[in-house]
Ligand binder design. Structure first.
Ligand code: FES
Length: 185
């Protein structure tokens, strides 16, 4: 039997477990520094849009309308344009999510490898319904389209980490690995 394991290659460094949900983005040195560094990499301000959306999610945990407006202003774009880009990508949360945002792929390869059962198992073990934040603020579980690791179905993304070969039975093992300091199973 395949053993569930975190993917070797980390995903983007956003969606960390610790968020500062009410902070504005560019009013302190940290935010301004991120903005300036990002702007320096592109010929047009618009090029920094995706990195700044990622930064907002990293800092706030989700993309609030206020954050999108702040980004629009910083990049000389309209809020409507920023929102249209943000809503195109499922990797950006458009509403608050739990500390651990669990995205279960149920696309074709994962579908034939019990993806829906894995999804149901996560709901059961986190005590949540699809898309809601658990009472303790720890978990949000959603279904995701193909996560691009089809050879390792079922694939689950938790914040910035991929877990591969997940089965309904190994869901508790994945959850146990989320907290820092927890021994790897
Ligand atoms: S179908 Fe699940 S990762 Fe591609």
């Amino acid at each position: 039997m395949k053993k569930v394991h975190p993917a070797v290659v980390g995903a983007q460094p956003f969606q960390l477990a610790e968020h500062r949900p009410v902070e504005r983005l560019f009013e302190d040195a940290e935010g301004r520094d991120r903005l300036e560094k990002s702007l320096s990499r592109y010929p047009e301000k618009k090029g920094a849009l995706l990195p700044m959306l990622a930064y907002a999610q990293e800092r706030n945990g989700w993309l609030s309308p206020e954050a999108m407006e702040e980004i629009a202003e910083a990049l000389d774009l309209t809020p409507a344009y920023v929102r249209s880009v943000a809503t195109f990508y499922t990797m950006y949360a458009k509403r608050p999510v739990g500390r651990y945002w669990i995205q279960v792929c149920t696309c074709i390869s994962c579908h034939v490898n019990r993806g829906e059962e894995v999804f149901e198992s996560f709901l059961e073990h986190t005590g949540t319904r699809a898309g809601e934040v658990s009472e303790d603020g720890r978990y949000t579980v959603i279904e995701a389209e193909c996560l691009g690791a089809c050879g390792f179905a079922t694939v689950v993304q938790v914040n910035d980490r991929y877990f591969e070969n997940v089965t309904p039975e190994t869901v508790p093992e994945v959850l146990a690995q989320l907290e820092p300091g927890e021994p790897e199973a």
